[in-house]
Design a protein around this ligand. Structure first.
Ligand code: ZN
Length: 419
């Protein structure tokens, strides 16, 4: 068997194409496989416009496609692609070769392999590993994700979660919509205003979903998202999810801590500086050192310790068996916060806790919906780690298009590769 025959078999070229030359270039360490069509090809090719028979018109210049390495050597397919001409309408077109992937520089096999690597490591690293420019690899990913996303079906979507993703440290945001039952990202778009809902609904319906099929929507307490739901999805009940309520409480505690440091003397500062993380964690997650530190702080009856206690109780309310119990406990909690706040009126130490209480009171209906809905918060919470993974993989590429494509790739449950 000649090497050409062997490569013909390996590439699965069939009867319409043949390897006419294979050579190894020592300088670049590259295996080149030159391919040409056989006359048999013309029995098969039809005009893309009207399906009529076609004759060979001419050939393109030499084109190359990166293929999987052969024995650790870079392998490239070269071919002067034939152009066909329709016998009926005269239409001239490039014949698409069977090995070509969705991007014109790679074979299908190479694209599949690159996608495999992209799942595991950041794009820059993939580029380095396979020796391709990241521009080409991104184009590969765009083509693949776009094609797979176009096929995605959202017809069963009824539980949606929405959250914002901070693009960089600046003010840029992406709003992400996820199917909480199917546990996949459905749609991402720039910004975090009310308009994002209109765009989501449009995408949902383009993929066989329906705006009025949405029965429950989980989100933070931002007015923009609530407005969006009111505008577009009249059947959807808004659920303010636990994750965001606790997140707001964490922020409020931290603000109390800062205010207290600002107002307090040396002793307060020594006790509180660099303790942000202690106040965010649940006691069972603290290290021994942190626990000891916390015990010391609590003895000083600082406002921060008080606020922390309130956050813990808030979290405990979520263990209530039903909405009625929860409502009662929320009301007791609200009274407690306001009563304590009076004690700390000086310097507005508890301002952030008061604001939190006000927010919870104003959104109580949606917060209590947590007990009525079957929604789990797991996926909403999980989205945060999905966001970090997305940013890690797309590190160095700030544009939202890159981030959204990467997000679909890792969390969209798309069928990839597509050919
Ligand atoms: Zn034609």
């Amino acid at each position: 068997m000649t090497p050409e025959k062997l490569f013909h078999e390996l590439l699965g070229l069939g009867l319409n194409w043949e390897v006419i030359e294979s050579r190894f270039d020592r300088e670049s360490g590259t295996v080149f496989l030159e391919i040409r069509e056989t006359p048999k090809l013309w029995e098969l090719v039809r005009c893309p416009k009207d399906g009529h028979y076609v004759t060979c018109y001419d050939h393109t210049e030499v084109l190359t496609w990166r293929h999987l390495n052969i024995f650790q050597h870079r392998c490239e397919i070269t071919c002067r692609l034939p152009r066909g001409k329709c016998r009926e309408c005269g239409h001239i077109f490039r014949v698409r070769p069977p090995w070509e992937g969705l991007s014109t520089h790679f074979t299908k096999e190479f694209e599949s392999f690159a996608l495999l690597l992209m799942r595991e490591m950041p794009m820059k690293q993939v580029a380095q590993m396979v020796g391709e420019t990241d521009t080409r690899l991104w184009r590969l990913l765009f083509r693949q994700v776009d094609a797979a996303y176009a096929q995605a079906d959202f017809s069963n979507t009824c539980w949606v979660g929405v959250d914002e993703m901070n693009v960089a440290k600046g003010q840029e945001y992406i709003t992400v919509f996820a199917d909480l039952a199917a546990k996949r990202v459905l749609f991402g778009t720039e910004g975090k205003d009310q308009e994002t809902w209109g765009k989501f609904v449009e995408a949902l319906e383009k993929h066989n979903g329906h705006r009025h099929a949405l029965t429950q929507v989980s989100m933070d307490m931002s007015a923009a998202y609530q407005g969006g739901v009111a505008d577009h999805c009249r059947n959807a009940q808004v659920v303010f999810d636990k994750f965001h309520v606790i997140q707001n409480a964490n922020k409020a505690v931290d603000q109390v801590r800062r205010a207290e440091i600002r107002l307090g003397g040396q002793g307060v500062w020594a006790a509180l500086h660099k303790t942000t993380w202690i106040w965010r964690k649940n006691p069972e997650n603290l290290t021994e050192y942190e626990q000891a530190h916390l015990a010391k702080i609590e003895h000083k009856s600082l406002a921060t310790a008080k606020a922390y206690q309130m956050r813990m109780v808030l979290q405990d309310i979520y263990r209530s068996p039903d909405a009625t119990t929860a409502r009662r406990r929320f009301q007791v909690w609200l009274r407690w916060v306001r009563w304590v706040a009076r004690y700390y009126q000086q310097g507005g130490l508890f301002k952030s806790m008061l604001k939190l209480a006000q927010m919870i009171e104003a959104h109580l209906q949606g917060i209590l919906a947590h007990w009525r809905s079957g929604l789990t918060n797991a996926f909403m919470e999980g989205l945060n780690s999905v966001f970090s993974a997305t940013k890690r993989k797309a590190r160095g590429y700030r544009s939202t298009v890159y981030l959204i494509t990467m997000l679909y790739f890792i969390a969209g449950k798309l069928r990839l590769p597509q050919f």
